[in-house]
Ligand binder design. Structure first.
Ligand code: SF4
Ligand code: SF4
Length: 306
């Protein structure tokens, strides 16, 4: 039996900003229907991996045999040193200035498993944005926050600049958290801030219109209307997050050293980005999630800045 209090204490000591637990079970029918509708409408664009393993995405017990508990954890990546997207300095999405979060958060989750005396494989698995798990749904079920209209999870009194990770464990817990209800109310600031109309108003987005998808995942030329909306962010976007009052009021600097922005990236000026070479790209983005866009993709985006 897992002690929820002990688990949360250990998570806090390791630098996680929030931690919650929910019983492992299929996602509720409303979320399952929403996800199927979203896929049927083609909102995943070319991210066909989202269509694969849908049965697992809808039920974490198919990812871990005998799963009893989902633990959702949040890791802050915000830094005030990254200029807002309202300034003219060319920039990356906020999350991309530090070391690749997949590695950083996975290491933190593994350390947490060790502290709890749990073994990967025998007692469960760790997940960071790599397996078909509905991470925002589970974060909401675990009481961490709610999925805002900008489609990201918002933590009350903290905002949405967080990576999410999960433990799916075969042990039941002595206490579970209650799901959190949305606190967006009548606000529509993120929807109004989105330059391409990608936000659908129900907490989902249409990736075909989203600059974050188009600058990172999309291969081939950028659609002209997207290219015209990029500046100043050429990898990711952040505009919807930066308009959100929960971020404007509560975002605070990450305590995780590896997620703090690299000085070399902060020093880059617009003309430096325009002249970026393959060698510089390799140095600047060693162990960085930006590698996902490849050098050619990054150059394509920078060239579109005009
Ligand atoms: S990341 Fe940018 S393009 Fe995508 S939904 Fe947010 S504001 Fe719109
Ligand atoms: S900007 Fe407003 S509507 Fe959008 S996620 Fe934040 S609180 Fe919700």
């Amino acid at each position: 039996m897992l002690s929820a209090t002990h688990l949360k204490q250990q998570a806090a000591e390791l630098g996680f900003s929030a931690c919650g637990l929910a019983p492992a079970a299929p996602v509720d029918p409303q979320r399952a229907a929403e996800l199927k509708r979203w896929l049927a409408e083609g909102c995943q664009a070319d991210m066909h991996y989202l269509e694969n393993n849908l049965d697992k995405r809808l039920n974490p017990c198919l990812l871990v045999e005998g799963a009893k508990t989902v633990v959702s954890l949040a890791v802050n990546y915000y830094s005030h040193q990254v200029p807002p997207a309202t300034e003219p300095a060319y920039r990356l999405a906020r999350y991309a200035y530090g070391t690749d979060y997949h590695e950083v958060v996975k290491q933190m989750l593994r350390r947490l498993m060790q502290r709890l005396g749990l073994e990967e494989g025998r007692d469960g698995r760790v997940f960071v944005d790599t397996a078909p798990i509905d991470e925002k749904y589970w974060a909401q079920q675990c009481g961490l926050g709610w999925r805002g209209c900008h489609s990201q999870l918002i933590l009350p009194q903290a905002g949405s600049y967080f990576f999410l990770g999960e433990l799916v464990l075969v042990h039941p817990a002595d206490a579970y958290d209650a799901p959190m209800q949305s606190r967006c109310g009548n606000c529509r600031r993120c929807i109004e801030a989105c330059p391409t109309g990608a936000l659908r108003g129900d907490g989902t987005l249409d990736a075909r219109r989203c600059l974050s998808y188009l600058t990172i995942e999309h291969r081939g030329p950028l659609p002209p209307e997207a290219a015209g909306s990029l500046s100043p962010c050429f990898y990711g976007c952040d505009r919807c997050a930066e308009a959100c009052p929960w971020n404007l009021r509560f975002a605070s600097d990450t305590p995780i050293a590896d997620l703090q922005p690299r000085e070399a990236l902060l020093q880059m000026q617009n003309e430096d980005w325009k002249a970026l070479t393959l060698e510089q790209y390799r140095q600047l983005f060693r162990k960085s999630a930006v590698k996902r866009a490849k050098f050619e993709g990054l150059k394509r985006n920078i060239d579109a800045l005009g």
